[in-house]
Design a protein around this ligand. Structure first.
Ligand SMILES: Nc1nc2c(ncn2[C@@H]2O[C@H](COP(=O)(O)OP(=O)(O)OP(=O)(O)O)[C@@H](O)[C@H]2O)c(=O)[nH]1
Ligand SMILES: [Mg+2]
Length: 663
């Protein structure tokens, strides 16, 4: 029996004509058919031809179908993590890598954010200085403008000139609330002049917040002013420095984070903080983490925002409990003053840019590219009044640049901050060391500036990226960036469906920081529980998981400044052979997060982990744990982040395409 070509569709086909072990017939079939008649040969050729045509038609249909699927399907990535973990910064890294022209086109809008970040720091400094005075009357008496209006440039100039004439003649109350500090009357004439001169910056901050559609800080809403909050922080400092004695210590059962103390106090705020650290809070978190699979944390009633840099006091007399109490009161007092909460969907980028404006030069015309990136219609939506207001604010900031710089560098300011243990350099959106550059007339934010700028995300933002190069150019990616505060986490779950990948940001430097929403909870502990909860979620069981152990640069800086990881993380014992260095700690964190992923995942799933410092464009991949040391050397490679982003993009794309049967 000679084998025949089987043209039946696969479904109706019985068995292919494979030769069985006992089949003696020839296989593969001979190409020549010597016994064939001419008619048979023609019939066979016709059949072959028809078969070829059918096969080609099927191939064509398939490829059309595939390209249709490819075109219509969009890659979806969800960024998750606690607040300040670096989600929005990672999003900016993706934009920079995949759609660089669109990223650059937004630089002009980021200038407004960076100016606002700067003003928040300056106004905070001014509040701190004012709060170190005993009198309540000084700030309001000298406030030259109502807070809800923008002073014109001429007004500011006139006011500055007047203040210069007054230089040294205005008296201040004579003593400091700190007791140990200098009296305010001993503030130099220069400092007093600067304090007066810079007061209009409060109203400029208000203007920029309005432009961005950001929430106003507490002093503009009901509630305490930032001045009174700053004063409260100073008073709290004195209170918290009182040592609290305790003796017993009970190690926690959770893998992470040593509690402040195990000794219970019968009353008082520090006692309640301690009991929550040891029991209630910890349990409510861990039980929700293990038992809930489809939903995450119940929103907490309190929503605080941005942290500000506080360094640990050097005083050995101060207990951990005292430091915790102090830190919590400070954070609660001042956190809202630093917040810039903007909803991405409200079009802040459009409102934050001046039409036809590039580094303070009106553009004569736009290139085809920029026209493509930012259509003129979106520029023109800004009213003349809005343009003038934003332009005036920029000019005023520029005029004040030198004075801001002098204030920041002033010895009295630096020593006051030191006395209060406030380290603004650690604050997100810190630009005080770049004042002259960022306030310059022709300032255009650099990539590094944009990555360092701070805007707190509210709700869930959807960002569409159109790939600008590579084989997938023109393809659209959707990246979802979420607000990381506890009160916002309930909004994440509806987005768990239909994601191609989750990127989870775990800030490994947060081992000595506490949640703003609940100062009794360590931030690393919160991240770890959040990670376990996300890993356990069944909706995400088939989604590609990518872990960024982020803020490696901050971890290194903290350890260099003397922080001890094992003081906070129970299972990490540096006396028992584990070193207090960033490499060893990173390895430990990787192993811990890896183990939690394995343990909590509903079904086995691959995990890609990266050690990152997304702010400084540094990132490396944990290819293999044992190669960590070599990989760490790569940290100096500033192109590493884009490499990681590209690597992830490729992997996500491959996963996505195979998911839609294209590969
Ligand atoms: N030094 C350093 N700073 C970082 C790093 N990643 C993020 N930051 C900074 O940390 C701040 C917070 O980062 P975001 O990306 O806004 O944090 P987020 O997770 O989006 O925070 P929410 O929007 O509040 O949920 C920003 O000022 C960043 O510039 C990092 O790796 N190193
Ligand atoms: Mg964000």
């Amino acid at each position: 029996m000679s084998p025949t070509v089987d043209l039946q569709p696969t479904a109706s086909r019985t068995m292919p004509n494979l030769r069985s072990r006992h089949d003696q017939s020839l296989w593969p079939p001979a190409l020549d058919h010597p016994d064939e008649s001419v008619e048979e040969k023609a019939r066979r050729a016709a059949l072959d031809h028809e078969a070829r045509l059918t096969s080609e038609r099927i191939d064509k249909d398939l490829s059309l179908e595939q390209s249709k699927i490819k075109k219509n399907s969009t890659v979806k990535i969800l960024l998750l993590g606690q607040s300040e973990s670096g989600k929005s910064t990672t999003l900016r890294n993706f934009q920079l890598s995949l759609a660089p022209r669109a990223f650059q086109a937004d630089a002009e809008s980021w200038r407004t954010v960076i100016h606002l970040n700067l003003l928040i720091s300056v106004n905070y400094l001014l509040d701190i200085l004012k709060s170190s005075l005993r009198s309540d009357s000084v700030p309001e008496l000298l406030m030259p403008y109502p807070t809800n209006s923008t002073p014109s440039k001429q007004l500011i100039e006139r006011e500055k000139a007047q203040l210069r004439c007054l230089d040294g003649t205005l008296g201040y109350p004579s003593s400091s609330a700190l007791g140990s500090g200098r009296s305010s009357s001993s503030y130099s004439t220069e400092l007093r002049r600067l304090m007066l001169s810079l007061m209009p910056l409060k109203s400029i901050e208000t203007t920029l917040r309005q432009r961005l559609g950001a929430e106003q800080p507490p002093q503009h809403k009901s509630g305490p002013s930032s001045t009174s909050l700053a004063r409260e922080a100073i008073t709290n400092r004195t209170r918290a420095l009182t040592p609290i004695s305790f003796s017993a210590y009970k190690p926690p059962t959770e893998p992470f984070v040593r509690p402040a103390s195990a000794q219970s106090h019968s009353s008082g705020s520090s006692g309640s903080i301690r009991s929550r650290v040891l029991g209630l809070r910890r349990h409510s978190i861990s039980s929700s983490a293990t038992s809930t699979t489809s939903s995450i944390y119940t929103p907490a009633p309190v929503d605080f925002s941005n942290a500000y840099g506080i360094c640990e006091p050097s005083s050995s007399a101060m207990t951990r409990e005292g430091r915790l109490a102090r830190r919590s009161s400070k954070l609660h007092s001042l956190v809202d003053s630093f917040a810039v909460k903007v909803r991405g969907s409200t079009g802040w980028k459009r409102r934050a840019r001046i039409p036809d404006y590039d580094g303070n030069r009106a553009l004569p015309g736009r290139s085809a590219d920029s026209e493509h990136i930012s259509p003129r219609s979106s520029f023109d939506e800004m009213s003349e009044q809005d343009k003038r207001e934003l332009l005036a604010a920029r000019q005023i900031i520029q005029v004040f640049g030198e004075d801001i710089d002098r204030l920041w560098r002033h010895d009295d300011v630096q020593s006051l901050l030191k006395r209060l243990d406030i380290r603004l350099e650690g604050q997100s959106g810190f630009f005080l060391n770049d004042i002259m550059r960022v306030t310059a007339h022709d300032y255009v934010p650099t990539t590094a500036d944009i990555l360092r700028a701070r805007l707190s995300t509210t709700g869930v933002e959807e960002h569409k990226l159109v790939l600008e190069s590579g084989p997938e150019a023109g393809k659209e990616w959707t990246i979802y960036d979420v607000g990381g505060f506890r009160s916002q986490r309930a909004a994440w779950a509806p987005f768990f469906d239909s994601m191609n990948a989750i990127i989870f940001l775990a800030p490994i430097s947060s081992f000595d920081e506490w949640l703003l929403e609940d100062p009794s909870v360590n931030r690393l502990e919160d991240t770890f529980h959040l990670w376990r909860t996300i890993c356990a979620n069944r909706l995400l069981s088939s989604v590609e998981f990518i872990l960024f152990l982020n803020k490696y640069d901050v971890l290194r800086a903290k350890l260099k400044n003397g922080a001890r990881f094992s003081d906070y993380v129970v299972n990490y014992n540096d006396d028992g052979g584990k070193l207090n260095d960033a490499d060893s700690i990173s390895k430990y964190m990787l192993a811990t997060f890896n183990a939690a992923h394995k343990q909590m995942s509903p079904k086995p799933r691959k995990l890609r982990a990266y050690l990152t410092s997304v702010i400084v464009s540094l990132a490396i991949a944990f290819a293999e744990e044992k190669k960590l040391k070599d990989l760490l050397l790569c940290l100096q490679d500033s192109r590493a982040t884009s490499k990681v982003v590209h690597h992830i993009s490729e992997q996500v794309l491959i996963g996505h395409l195979s998911g839609v049967s294209v590969l």
